[in-house]
Design a protein around this ligand. Structure first.
Ligand SMILES: C[S@@+](CC[C@H](N)C(=O)[O-])C[C@H]1O[C@@H](n2cnc3c(N)ncnc32)[C@H](O)[C@@H]1O
Length: 283
């Protein structure tokens, strides 16, 4: 919900509106509108011009640069997905999709591609309620708690997923919430479901010097808030640990806050949260 609200906020900010498409912002607003009376109220506030400096203040005392990080992370992953789809990939599976609007945008732009979203049942239930009308033949939803049991292939296959076709897998902002053994198990399962030249884009928290799993600028307030929500970060890795862990996937590249900044030269002076890295891997 916070990510959805951030996208609505940035889209309405004249300085950053170009980072978030109107379709994306509208879909996120739709999620907040339907979720509950609290999120409906929150949406109304986020849409007010006077709230922008308040949001900056809140960002400053929690995780400076997190709003731009979310928007640029999404922009980067969307570009990688489009590039794979333009290159002949015909299936996209988003794991831990949350309220992310990417599937809907791609679904509209690539009419011959099929999509699946896998998410925790609690999150997915809300998304399904807010869902815009989409073709049920090309978009499927699978509910799974990935910390409770390994990803089950059967519901995907039963919903038309074809392991012999090239797939683009996305796990954005998910793996830090899973235990290390479940991350390893998920990577193995995706490998067993992936045809040659399939790609996997995911984000991970890069362990800092003292082995901590957090954004560099993250305040203690956020640590406490994540714990109280039952959403502490459980897993992180260094880049070299990750290269070993994802095998037989081959890491094509890592993209960090510096790479994200390069996507938008006019943001040179703005802070972008550091700590979560995007990894693109291929089989
Ligand atoms: C921070 S949100 C990211 C959402 C979206 N990918 C994005 O970047 O906007 C984390 C997502 O991970 C999912 N998630 C967390 N723990 C999970 C679990 N144990 N099993 C399945 N999904 C989980 C949540 O339901 C949520 O969709």
């Amino acid at each position: 919900m916070l990510i959805a609200a951030s996208l609505v906020l940035l889209h309405r900010d004249p300085k950053h509106s170009g980072l978030v498409s109107k379709t994306s912002a509208d879909l996120c607003a739709g999620m907040l509108e339907t979720h509950s009376s609290q999120t409906r109220f929150f949406l109304k506030i986020v849409q007010q011009g006077w709230f922008r400096p308040v949001a900056r203040l809140i960002e400053g005392i929690t995780i400076p640069g997190i709003l731009l990080h979310y928007a640029l992370r999404k922009k980067c992953i969307a570009a990688l997905a489009c590039s794979a789809l333009n290159d002949g990939t015909t299936q996209v599976v988003t794991i831990g999709a949350g309220f992310d609007p990417l599937t809907f945008e791609l679904h509209h732009d690539f009419p011959s591609v099929r999509f699946w979203e896998i998410d925790h049942p609690t999150t997915q239930r809300h998304k399904l309620r807010a869902l815009p009308r989409v073709s049920p033949d090309r978009l499927h939803f699978v509910a799974a708690d990935l910390n409770a049991t390994a990803l089950d292939k059967e519901p995907l296959i039963a919903n038309g997923f074809d392991p012999t076709r090239r797939t683009f897998w996305i796990a954005e902002g998910l793996l830090m919430y899973l235990r290390a053994d479940m991350v390893a198990s998920l990577i193995r399962t995706l490998n067993s479901l992936s045809a040659s030249r399939s790609q996997f884009v995911f984000t991970f928290m890069e362990k800092n010097g003292d082995g901590g799993i957090r954004f560099d600028s993250q305040s203690k307030l956020v640590d406490r808030w994540l714990r109280s929500r039952g959403e502490p970060f459980l897993w992180g890795a260094t880049r070299s640990e990750l290269v070993g862990l994802v095998g037989p996937w081959r890491v094509i590249r890592f993209l960090d806050h510096n790479d994200l900044r390069r996507l938008e030269s006019r943001l040179a002076d703005e802070s972008i949260a550091k700590g979560e890295v995007i990894c693109l891997a291929q089989i």
